[in-house]
Design a protein around this ligand. Structure first.
Ligand code: NAD
Ligand code: WQD
Length: 343
């Protein structure tokens, strides 16, 4: 019999790609999402790619009664991948309580029900933001957690602490926190991808929207950083590679391969890329010239970060495989699909 995995936030960007990888690896998937930052049509994309429409329940994970009814009706759950959260750094500064409530209450509701309904395994979406600007690069999982720059970042730090303390008290529960670096790109089918609301804050959606003519120009935030070309450096990881890591993490737990009942892994490529390198690579692979202008630094930005991925390579047997070139091309193909752009 197929094993059943709950994917919270499964109609969102990373969750939808993970639902595809899970189904293609033989798992049954049930998605819970309140559609606060995604569309129901995403289910059509998942179905077109895999031939299977995942089960879907629309409700807010902060609603404890609804969570209880859900756990009562899905008794065969083996594991949970918890993506559902608010994620806009700037908005979290404006509306901190909304972020703390949504991101923490949803997690606590899940943990409480996992214990009550004997669903032992949880994969949690964490972020490299917990490291702030690390002193040593590449950054390992042993690097200190620095005070968060934003309420959003703080919700990730506090969530990891909530999981750690809960699992200390409940050794029957198991969890893996995956610390994502910068997820970009879309499924190669261009049937699912990122759907930013309004003006994108993140670099790659801004790049593709500029290339599509929705934005006049890309503003490159700073060229006076102490980096080879002066622009800031990040570790950009393909969303399908990232999604695959979740399947591997589930298997790691289901096959009892954990050394401790709470483990953390960096998910990146291990390679840093500057903003200007992103611009040049995008232009090269798409043939589309990108209008951009250098402006001042964005407040709160770190200079550079990239992952030491050895732990995930060695313990999970996972490694990012897709190149930056194919990843940026997939982001562009998705943007063209959204805007009905033909060559
Ligand atoms: P997303 O916004 O596309 O997906 C999140 C989904 O969760 C959305 O579909 C939203 O409708 C849903 N959701 C939010 N609150 C909910 C609630 N209370 N109840 C039910 N559904 C709810 O975001 P994403 O980029 O796919 O990110 C997924 C996870 O990964 C988040 O936890 C995010 O913080 C984390 N993360 C993302 C990035 C990134 O750059 N995208 C980087 C690091 C970590
Ligand atoms: C990347 C680089 C910008 C837009 C954020 C969150 C982090 C994580 C991932 C969830 C930076 C530059 C950007 C633009 C630019 N999310 N840039 N012009 O800031 O590394 O991380 O998303 O956990 O928590 O903070 O990603 O894509 O916003 O920026 O020059 O219009 O691109 O300054 O150097 P970031 P990003």
């Amino acid at each position: 019999m197929k094993q059943l995995v709950l994917v919270t936030g499964g109609t969102g960007y990373i969750g939808s790609h993970t639902a595809v990888e899970l189904q293609q690896s033989g798992y049954d998937v049930v998605i819970v999402d309140n559609l606060s930052n995604s569309n129901i049509e995403v289910l059509d994309g998942i179905e077109k790619i895999t031939g299977i429409r995942p089960a879907f329940e629309q409700f807010d994970l902060c609603d404890t009664d609804k969570v209880t009814s859900f756990f009562k009706s899905y008794s065969g759950l083996q594991a949970i991948i918890h993506f559902a959260a608010f994620k806009a750094v700037g908005e979290s500064v404006e509306k901190p309580l909304m972020y703390y409530r949504n991101n923490l209450v949803s997690l606590m509701n899940l943990l409480q029900h996992m214990d009550q309904y004997q669903v032992p395994h949880l994969v949690f979406s964490s972020s490299c933001t917990v490291y702030g600007q690390p002193e040593e690069l590449p950054v390992t999982e042993k690097a200190p957690i620095l005070p968060a720059e934003s309420p959003y970042g703080n919700t990730k730090q506090i969530s990891e602490e909530i999981i750690r303390d809960t699992l200390k008290a409940r050794p029957n529960l198991h969890s893996i926190a995956l610390r994502y670096f910068n997820p970009i790109g879309a499924h190669p089918s261009a049937l699912i991808g990122e759907l930013p609301r309004g003006i994108p804050n993140n670099l790659v959606p801004f790049v593709t929207q500029t290339a599509a003519g929705l934005r006049e120009e890309l503003k490159v935030f700073g060229n006076d950083y102490p980096t080879p070309d002066g622009s800031a450096i990040r570790d950009y990881i393909n969303v399908v590679d990232l999604a695959r890591a979740h399947v591997v993490a589930i298997e790691h737990m289901l096959n009892n391969k954990q050394h401790r009942n709470f483990e953390f892994f960096n998910l990146g490529t291990g390679k840093g890329t500057s903003v200007l390198e992103i611009v040049k690579t995008f232009e090269k692979v798409t043939g589309v010239p990108l209008k951009y202008r250098i402006v001042g630094r964005r407040s709160g930005d770190i200079i550079q970060v990239w992952a030491d991925t050895r732990l995930a390579n060695e313990e999970l047997g996972w490694k990012a495989e897709r190149s930056l070139e194919e990843t940026l091309l997939s982001a562009w193909n998705w943007e063209k699909h959204l805007r009905n752009i033909t060559d």
